[in-house]
Design a binder for this molecule. Structure first.
Ligand code: MEV
Length: 437
């Protein structure tokens, strides 16, 4: 059965698709029922929702929670987070409140320019190409003007267009690099439309100019770059070292600050630790991006490339103690939108933005980055004090009790029993086996 190729799946109706795939389950009837149960009830909403993607047969749910009291630039936000991972929301909330009580996070820099490239090969005289560039550039920018009119009205538009030789990859390879400000939209579609227009313009220019048969030019591809080092956000926060006491568990705050600094230095030098450290940042970042209908894959790809921009993968965040003041900060490349994409099509993404007070893209960047830094601080705080298992295990136990269908009575007894014991699949299973319902 597994070796049979299925042709025409996309042409099946939604229900036929469910019936077909349910046969791959041990209990097809149950599988079909489950797939249907997870669909939205309202017919219109459901169709609308399923049309975001292709071959859709159900909806995949992710817990949607809130990290209250994230203060950024003086404003308090209750931040929607979508994540399946235990402790992420609790960690962000804990740290958000702590920093809110110490003035909150400050955005220290923000830029929103995103790049995209048209890659092409030029088989003619390279000097000729360079000489024609000033005129070609005017021609291309004039074409773009029509497409970008609306974006300019919204405060964005083309920032620059450059011709670069990429001879180190291929002797005849060139790149048109476009930099655009996409205002409040993430802008992926907009940039790609601009780039495809540039590619068409290139062909048209040389067809009219000197190469009617198009022998000298080969367009390879036109695509935005998800690496956005000119679209970054920096956030910081600080407090007096003694102020760290409530977060220091039983440690002296000075020692706590020292351990934090060392942990951040380790993450800045050791790739193995840096990846995990940055994952702790992205726990918060991705959860807010998901909850607001933004592209977390783009943010992940860009963040990790940025973390290795000097040739060594490093921590994205930092901390230091100076003159008795502990500070921490984060700089992150981040392409987000508050209009366009699914931000206003997905009912919960729309609601998330409403809860956040309908921020513009720049403001949302600050909220996302501050949530990332809050998550990061919480994670490292746990690591240098109690260890992360303590917090994790409470939720892990709860998930396991759900998995094994524990009764309310068994839950209560198990919660007490495992307070000071190691939680594992086997231990919980064994414990429940011994406990009457
Ligand atoms: C777990 O999702 C994230 C942490 O591993 C991050 C870290 O180690 O800093 C706790």
């Amino acid at each position: 059965m597994r070796s049979t190729i299925m042709y025409g799946f996309s042409r099946l109706s939604e229900q036929e698709k469910r019936q077909f795939i349910a046969r791959y389950s041990k209990d097809p009837e149950l599988a079909e029922r489950q797939l249907e149960e997870y669909l939205m009830r309202d017919d219109k909403e459901r169709r609308h929702f399923l049309e975001f993607s292709e071959n859709t047969i159900s909806s995949f749910h992710t817990p949607y929670g809130l990290a209250p009291n994230l203060k950024v630039d003086g404003q308090v936000y209750h931040v929607p987070m979508a994540t399946e991972e235990s402790s992420v929301v609790a960690a962000a909330s804990h740290s958000a409140r702590f920093w809110a009580e110490h003035g909150g996070f400050r955005v220290t820099s923000r830029s929103t320019v995103k790049p995209g490239q048209v890659w092409f090969r030029w088989f003619g005289d390279p000097v000729y190409l360079l000489n024609r560039w000033p005129l070609l550039k005017l021609f291309l920018l004039e074409r773009l003007r029509k497409i970008t009119l609306n974006m300019v009205r919204r405060g964005g538009g083309v920032q620059s267009l450059e011709l670069l030789s990429k001879g180190s990859i291929d002797p005849q390879l060139y790149q048109l690099e476009l930099q655009v400000d996409t205002a409040d939209s993430m802008g992926a579609n907009f940039i790609n439309t601009c780039l495809e227009d540039l590619a068409e313009g290139l062909v048209q220019f040389f067809a009219l100019d000197s190469d009617p048969e198009g022998k000298n030019l080969q367009v390879v591809m036109a695509i935005l770059s998800n690496y956005t080092p000119a679209c970054t956000i920096s956030v910081e926060s600080s407090c007096r070292v003694e102020g760290l006491k409530p977060m220091a568990d039983n440690l002296d705050p000075v020692l706590f600050a020292e351990k934090l600094e060392l942990a951040f230095r380790i993450a800045n030098s050791d790739v193995s630790r840096a990846v995990t450290h940055n994952k702790g940042i992205m726990n918060g970042v991705d959860a807010v991006l998901l909850a607001t209908g933004n592209d977390h894959r783009a943010a992940e790809a860009s963040a990790h490339a940025y973390a290795s921009r000097d040739g060594h993968y490093r921590s994205l965040s930092w901390c230091k103690t100076e003159d008795g003041v502990f500070s921490l900060g984060l700089t992150l490349p981040l392409a987000v939108g508050t209009v366009g994409g699914i931000t206003h099509l997905h009912p919960l993404a729309r609601l998330s933005l409403e809860i956040l007070g309908n921020p513009g893209a720049g403001e949302l960047m600050g909220i996302v980055a501050a949530t990332g830094l809050a998550s990061n601080f919480s994670a490292v705080r746990s690591l240098v004090t109690t260890g992360i298992q303590q917090g994790h295990m409470r939720l892990h136990l709860s998930n396991l009790l759900n998995l094994y269908h524990a009764t309310p009575r068994q839950r209560e007894i198990a919660t007490n029993y495992f307070r000071n014991k190691k939680v594992s699949y086997d231990a919980v299973k064994h414990f429940l086996h011994e406990q009457p319902c």
